[in-house]
Design a protein. Structure first.
Length: 236
């Protein structure tokens, strides 16, 4: 049975923690950071102050590893009241550099699903984060050739999806966005008039949490990406 859907012409995919692992490396770096400052404060307090710094800095640094690294440096200065040893700063910078060079691990069903849909729908990668790092991850993933377009954006709002799906498709009404973040990948595209498909990941950054839009007719939730072709057939 054909997967082509007369109501849908374009499908957008999130990248981090939808197509490949990402958040787990932030969690590992955070645990290392907490261990570095163990003599200055308790673990939960350090994590909360780091989260507060990340939240403050999003408008300045945007999403990604570089902003996270700078937020760790800032938090280390705050927690130690300006007395953080140089070796701790060096260790933080090293951790950030290692994150930026970590090999890419694609998630189950990512390649198979994209290969099934490529050529039947216009596929667009829509991801937030640092330009160089996202381009690196896409290249290393080996998935780049399966997309008709790639959009690396500073944020994901309803107008972001309206603009992208009008540029690369037939508008948001005939488009679907697939991702692991309710806040960034699902809710705003629903508000723009498109379909939002939520594929939960075991680890999702707390700042990406949002209420599940169960009352939205164009909302769907899947257990994994491998269920997406079946959903598209069902929606025909």
């Amino acid at each position: 049975m054909s997967l082509a859907n007369p109501r849908l012409t374009t499908i957008g995919f999130d990248a981090d923690d939808t197509l490949w692992q990402n958040e787990q490396f932030f969690r590992l770096a955070e645990d290392h950071f907490v261990s570095l400052l163990a003599g200055h404060a308790e673990a939960n307090g350090i994590k909360q102050r780091l989260l507060d710094a990340e939240r403050r800095n999003l408008q300045l640094y945007g999403f990604g590893i570089k902003g996270f690294t700078l937020s760790m440096v800032e938090t280390a200065i705050e927690v130690t009241e300006g007395k953080v040893p140089a070796e701790i700063i060096a260790s933080i910078v090293k951790a950030g550099r290692e994150m930026l060079s970590h090999p890419i691990e694609t998630l189950p069903y990512a390649r198979e699903t994209l290969e099934q849909l490529a050529g039947r729908f216009r596929l667009v990668l829509i991801t937030k984060g640092d330009l160089f790092d996202q381009e690196r991850k896409l290249a290393q993933s080996g998935l780049g050739d399966l997309f008709d377009a790639v959009e690396i954006v500073s944020g994901k709002q309803p107008d972001t999806y309206s603009r992208i799906f009008s540029r690369h498709g037939d508008g948001p009404e005939k488009s679907m966005m697939v991702g692991n973040s309710l806040k960034s990948d699902v809710v705003p595209v629903l508000q723009a008039g498109g379909w939002g498909v939520y594929v939960p990941h075991d680890l999702t950054w707390v700042l990406e949490h949002a209420e599940t839009p169960l009352d939205e007719l164009r909302f769907r939730q899947l257990a994994h990406l491998g269920e997406l072709p079946g959903l598209l057939t069902e929606l025909r």
